[in-house]
Design a protein around this ligand. Structure first.
Ligand code: UDP
Length: 462
């Protein structure tokens, strides 16, 4: 485990007393990764860890032998899955159906006769119902935001934009700058697809109110990346804020992977030249239609670069996996392309053969790429991905944004520009400089190092 002190858990436990933290992850891949990484960080600081989780997408306890796991029935039926087309319905559904079983499960954890004192409950901010339960049991609740700090500001701007008549967005205004949240354009606002448009303002009110009512906010980011937005958030949200990320630098996401990672990704990468491979992955929820899938395939093939492509089963509308690809596609490439269902992404991005990452700009993927100095091609789909993509292309300037129609010629040009052409050199250089800058935040005196110190002190004082 990198960046953490050398004292053992039992030594640290003696120093802070017998203190236990209960953590409650939201059952989506990116959210589960962040919460379990945070749990590992706190364990390394001497805290005992208890995870309370839904049966749906439950983490694997074998990968975390030092934690206690407590699952409860979430009320989902087998056919209910989160989908890009209505993520809000999934969030609202769970915030309703989990109230009673979560309360019962937490009560059991609190009544546990162990000698550890329960310091606080840490929940994903998406679990807005949990503040009322924490209040009922009189334990402090701390909120984890798994998104960028910039997207917190963007979500906060919604109500003022609505009042000023800018929402719903008009096609003619999509390229207009949003003065409230530079450098965003109207089309970057983190709209989440839903069948009931009234849901988003309702959820945003819940999330905002219950975060303000909590005892603190933890962000998986760093001052070095989002210092300006952090200063704004501090003014807007009057609770203690601790920015101790990127979390994955302390401990890997592989232990909390909900899908089996195909290790052939690494053996294939071992055979490729340094910085020659474009890695393509759209994360755990985004989906695309057949036409886009084929444009991506031909764009990759025509680019001439080797590619490692994650095609998650079910992520191509109307197919199980690769049925839409022409039969001879991979044979024709003669080993230049490798397709897997799920990859060990952190290891992949750290591999010397990787020269670029074509990503949907989920916040974990964005951080993982930044921390390896890998430049990006951004293809955001929904929610905070659009905010992250704008930051990658226009603020940190470590990537290119595929903003126009997804077309094979454009893709081929973008890949070559990012990875080989001299005009992309400045982007590649900036990606390395940004990595070096973020590396500093974990060193003694660095921002995340200091925040972790103050966060541990804060938890011990609760
Ligand atoms: N991931 C992985 N293998 C893959 C694709 C993704 O392990 O093939 C991991 C990735 O490292 C990241 C997480 O899944 O930690 C995805 O989170 P992110 O916030 O980027 O996107 P989301 O899936 O939430 O849209």
């Amino acid at each position: 485990m990198g960046y953490l002190g050398s004292q053992s858990h039992s030594q640290l436990k003696k120093e802070i007393g017998h203190r236990k933290v209960v953590l409650f992850p939201f059952p989506l891949q990116g959210h589960t990764n962040s919460m379990l990484q945070l749990a590992s960080i706190l364990h390394s600081q001497g805290f005992e860890i208890s995870i309370v989780h839904t049966q749906y997408n439950s983490p694997n306890p074998r990968n975390f032998p030092h934690f206690t796991f407590n699952s409860f029935p979430d009320g989902l039926v087998e056919t209910e899955h989160p989908s890009e087309s209505d993520l809000l319905a999934f969030i609202m559904r769970l915030n309703f159906s989990c109230v009673v079983p979560f309360r019962e499960c937490l009560q059991k954890v609190l009544c546990d006769d162990s000698e550890d004192h329960i310091t606080c409950l840490i929940t994903d901010n998406v679990w807005y119902f949990s503040q009322a339960v924490a209040d009922e049991f009189k334990i402090p609740r701390i909120v984890l935001r798994c998104t960028s700090i910039s997207s917190i500001s963007a979500f906060s701007a919604f109500s003022s934009l609505r009042e000023k008549g800018f929402l719903p967005m008009k096609d003619s205004e999509l390229d207009e700058a949003v003065l409230e949240v530079p450098p965003l354009k109207m089309k970057d606002l983190p709209v989440v697809h839903t069948k009931s448009p009234g849901d988003l303002p309702q959820i945003l009110v819940h999330l905002d109110r219950e975060t303000r009512a909590s005892s603190g906010l933890i962000c998986n980011s760093s001052e070095e990346l989002e210092g300006t937005k952090l200063a704004e958030s501090r003014k807007a949200i009057p609770i203690p804020i601790f920015v101790i990320g990127p979390f994955h630098k302390y401990c890997p996401a592989s232990a909390s992977s909900l899908l089996v990672q195909d290790m052939s990704s690494i053996s294939w990468l071992n055979k490729q030249r340094p910085k020659s491979v474009i890695y393509v992955s759209l994360g755990s929820i985004a989906s695309i239609d057949k036409a886009k899938f084929l444009e991506i395939a031909w764009g990759l093939a025509n680019s001439g670069q080797p590619f490692l492509w994650v095609v998650r089963p079910g992520s191509i509308c109307g197919s199980d996996w690769l049925e839409h690809l022409p039969k001879a596609f991979l044979e024709m490439l003669d080993g230049r392309g490798h397709i897997v269902k799920w990859a060990p992404q952190q290891e992949v991005l750290a591999h010397p053969a990787i020269g670029g990452f074509w990503t949907h700009c989920g916040w974990n993927s964005t951080l993982e790429s930044i921390c390896e100095g890998v430049p990006m091609i951004c293809m955001p789909s929904f929610g905070d991905q659009k905010v992250n993509a704008r930051y990658v292309s226009d603020f940190w300037r470590v990537g290119l944004h595929l903003e126009d129609k997804l077309e094979r010629g454009e893709i081929e040009r973008a890949i070559r520009r990012l990875m080989v052409d001299p005009e992309g050199k400045a982007i590649r250089d900036r990606a390395v400089s940004l990595k070096d800058k973020v590396d500093q935040c974990f060193k003694e005196g660095g921002s995340s190092y200091s925040y972790l110190d103050s966060f541990t002190g804060y938890l011990s004082s609760l």
